[in-house]
Design a protein around this ligand. Structure first.
Ligand SMILES: NC(=O)c1ccc[n+]([C@@H]2O[C@H](COP(=O)([O-])OP(=O)(O)OC[C@H]3O[C@@H](n4cnc5c(N)ncnc54)[C@H](O)[C@@H]3O)[C@@H](O)[C@H]2O)c1
Length: 258
């Protein structure tokens, strides 16, 4: 499905990262992948990159730094001369923007959550656009979402940032579509990753899935989410843009526990 495709995968910090499973499946499906990592987590990313079926190179990328995005684009230009797809698997919110203190969160913390988790989809796509335009059968951008049509316990300003991400994805899809680039999100059910571990009370969300997902849901298995990301990165999804695909065991379609 991804034979010969050249993909940039952000958001790998360890083997539990959703992005690591995407990179693994993408390689098995024939893609060539390069990862990104940054700052203090960089060594962990390097280690996880070495544990892929084919060890992958890691480029430095703090998505909030324009210079880092430009340097990644320059490197990919000389390495591949085009980019067939990019996974945006990046989110961050300061501790005081999560965990039930919604009404007390200072604006700086809400802004940082928004900038890192939502605005960054625009920043990354814009920085890589010339390469994506040259992608074979159109370049694909995929981001990772947590259904933002409702308010959740605990999720607070990360939830607001995901609502923004959904809107940003639609606007970017509008602006890059005419250049042959598509933008889609996968709204995943809760998965036990490092980022999820940083959400106090994550178990409360996971518990809801145990009763409300008609297909059931395994919080330890990012496989189904990664498979859908691979589909959206593939030419099979070439007429899909501005879409949000829910990979959540059917949770979002139920009104209450089933
Ligand atoms: N785990 C879940 O339950 C779940 C559910 C739905 C969506 N998601 C989304 O999936 C994505 C990946 O998260 P994950 O759960 O695999 O956790 P993770 O901790 O493995 O990945 C989060 C990644 O974000 C990166 N990141 C944070 N700030 C960054 C910055 N400034 N620049 C570049 N990278 C930065 C981290 O380095 C890390 O690799 C996130 O967007 C998250 O919101 C997760």
């Amino acid at each position: 499905m991804l034979s010969g495709r050249r993909l940039l995968i952000t958001g790998v910090v360890n083997r539990k990262s959703i992005a690591w499973e995407v990179a693994r499946q993408a390689q098995e499906l024939g893609a060539e992948v390069v990862l990104t990592g940054f700052g203090r987590g960089r060594r962990m990313t390097d280690r996880a990159a070495g544990q892929l079926p084919t060890p992958a190179d890691v480029l430095e990328l703090d998505v909030n730094k324009a210079d880092d995005i430009a340097a990644v684009a320059t490197e990919l230009e000389s390495r591949w001369g085009r980019l067939d797809g990019v996974l945006h698997a990046i989110a961050f919110a300061p501790a005081d923007a999560l965990g039930g203190e919604f009404m007390n969160t200072p604006p700086e913390s809400a802004e940082l959550a928004f900038r890192t988790s939502a605005y960054s989809l625009k920043a990354l796509t814009a920085g890589l656009l010339e390469l994506l335009e040259r992608g074979e059968q159109g370049g694909a951008v995929v981001g990772l979402d947590f259904d933002a049509t409702v308010a959740w316990p605990i999720y607070d300003w990360m939830g607001v940032s995901k609502a923004a991400l959904e809107a940003v994805a639609r606007y970017v899809a509008r602006d890059v579509g005419p250049r042959g680039v598509r933008v889609n999100l996968v709204a995943a059910g809760p998965l036990e990753t490092l980022a999820a571990g940083g959400i106090p009370g994550f178990d409360q969300l996971a518990e809801a899935w145990r009763t409300q997902a008609p297909l059931g849901w395994d919080t330890a298995d990012p496989g189904p989410v990664a498979a859908t990301v691979c589909f959206l990165l593939s030419p099979a999804a070439r007429a899909i843009t501005g879409e949000i695909l829910h990979v959540d065991g059917g949770f979002h379609a139920m009104g209450t526990a089933v």
